[in-house]
Each structure stands twice: as C-alpha cells, then as structure tokens.
Design a protein around this ligand. Structure first.
Ligand code: AMP
Ligand code: MN
Ligand code: MN
Ligand code: MN
Length: 279
C-alpha cells in the first residue's frame, strides 16, 4: 500500500477524543488522509462506525487501539495495535479488563484532587467521559479547566495530573507481554506509541526496545504529533537499529486540544519500511 498521508493514531469520543468516530473520519477525509486507524485508549467500540463512514467516503481504514501498559518502576507506556480482528476474544477480553480498572483509579484520583482543593472531580470527569470505564486524565483535565483552576489542559497536567503531581495515582495497567499476545492473537501488529513522551533514561529506553523486539513487537512511531524533529530523527535511528517498521501518527484528540491535526505531520524517512508496507 503506497500511502503519502497515513495517520495511524487518533482518538474519538469512545475514549478521550472530542469528535465522535463519524466526525473524526469526516475530518480525516477533509484533511486528505488516505489511510486512517482509529486508536482509542483500550477501546474498540468506535471501529465499526468509523469503518463504515470511511468505506462510504473511499478512505482506507484499519482497526486499532492504544493500549495502556505498566512498565518498569511505575511507568506507563502505550502500545498501539493495528490492523487486527477487533472481534477476537483474547483482544476483546483483555481490553475490557484494562478498562475495568479506570473507574476505581478515577475515584482515587478524585480523592487526591479533593485534598488540594479541587472538589467534585469524579462527577466532573465522568460528565466528560460519559462512561466510568473510559474515564481518563484528559477528562479530569477538562473538568479542572471548566472550574477555572487552569487556562488549558496542558497546564492542568503540569500542575496536577502528571506523574509526581498531587492528582496522579499509580495504577496497574496491562503487562507488555500480554498486550502483544492479544494483538498478535487477533492478527495485528504492535507499535510503540510516541516513544519521545516517556520519562525513561537512555538505558531504560533500550530495555523497552529490546523487550518489545523479543516479544515480537513490530513497529515504532517515528513521526508523531508529539515528537520534535530531533525526536523523529532519534526514533528513525531506533527503527533502523532494531529493524522496526515505522509508523506515522498524529495522536489527534480534538480541535483546540491537539497541536497536530489529522494527517498534518512530516513524511516518514524514505529508507524506513512503513507499518502499512504489507497491507
Ligand atoms: P490516562 O490514560 O487516563 O492516564 O490519560 C492519558 C491521556 O492524558 C493521554 O492519552 C493524553 O490524552 C492525556 N495527556 C497525558 N499527558 C498530557 C499532557 N502533558 N498534556 C496534555 N494531555 C496529556
Ligand atoms: Mn489520550
Ligand atoms: Mn498515548
Ligand atoms: Mn494517543
């Protein structure tokens, strides 16, 4: 598949995005995207609607999900699964289990936020999420902005929600090995999402690549809406060294909340093999 404008990472209202799956696909079409994956956090519930609209519009669409993984010393890494059978029972059950932890975590986050003067955060975040199994820090951030404690979502993360801040609570997500197992059982490929966003030392970063490779992980996001040009060069080098396929990913969450719109990223370096080469 020869794609100039692939976007293989974005979010809808089925997780913490602002557009519903139909509006998201319509925006991708308007932006000239020619290969799209919807990758909601730990969720596949938007894929059928998105796929139907994409088919009608002539936009090539593949299934996806961005899965939350606990790694190392209370780190979270995100693994994007792509082009899988989203009805495979291992994947469906695994994702349901990961989502199952979100509600209790949200309760603990709200209790911590109340201690620093931000009351009503559970109900406030739930209002944005719509479903307790989907509550994410992004929904808390919107509520905290709504309350006037901060001007924007990024500021909320910097003050309250990032690791080490008062509203952050540690949470056991899935294990890397089991997540790759679900993705592969369902016939998909696994991609390390936005490697530039993890607060890992260079040695810890290598441990992640090595473990991911040993488990049969295939790809890495080289071009990401959250990568600088220097980071894109760094992760292109990682793709070459480890033989990873390269992905291109906006990580779009919604107008006004994401710096990068659907499809509006740099091209992949031409010597890399894109994740869609065999699709
Ligand atoms: P969770 O899965 O509940 O831990 O929430 C993670 C989500 O929060 C990410 O997918 C982003 O949507 C959002 N997020 C994380 N860090 C930041 C940040 N520094 N600024 C804005 N949004 C962020
Ligand atoms: Mn998100
Ligand atoms: Mn992510
Ligand atoms: Mn994402």
């Amino acid at each position: 598949m020869n794609c100039q404008n692939a976007d293989l990472h974005c979010h809808s209202t089925v997780s913490d995005g602002l557009l519903d799956p139909v509006a998201l696909v319509e925006r991708a079409v308007a932006n000239g995207v020619d290969l799209l994956a919807l990758t909601d956090h730990d969720e596949i519930g938007g894929l059928d609607a998105a796929s139907a609209v994409a088919d009608a519009a002539g936009l090539r669409f593949v299934t996806g999900a961005e899965i939350s993984v606990s790694w190392g010393d209370d780190q979270t890494v995100h693994i994007v699964g792509l082009n899988f059978d989203h009805r495979h029972p291992d994947l469906v059950a695994g994702l349901a289990r990961v989502r199952g932890g979100r509600d209790a975590r949200a309760g603990r986050m709200a209790a911590e936020l109340a201690k620093v003067g931000i009351d009503g955060a559970y109900a406030g975040a739930l209002k944005y999420a719509g479903n307790p199994a989907l509550i994410s820090r992004a929904h808390f951030a919107r509520y905290i902005v709504e309350r006037g404690f901060a001007p924007d979502v990024k500021t909320v993360f910097d003050h309250w929600l990032a690791k080490g801040k008062p509203g952050y609570v540690s949470h056991p997500w899935a294990e890397l090995a089991e997540v790759l197992g679900w993705i592969h059982a369902a016939g998909g490929i696994a991609v390390i999402a936005h490697p530039g966003r993890y607060r890992l030392t260079p040695a810890e970063r290598r441990e992640l690549y090595v473990a991911f490779k040993e488990l049969g992980g295939e790809g890495i996001e080289v071009v990401s809406g959250s990568h600088s040009e220097a980071e894109q060069r760094e992760f292109a080098g990682v793709a070459r060294e480890f033989g990873f396929l390269a992905s291109r990913a906006s990580d779009f969450h919604g107008p006004g909340e994401s710096y990068t719109d659907l499809g509006c990223m740099a091209a992949l370096p031409p010597d890399l093999t894109p994740v869609w080469a065999d699709w």
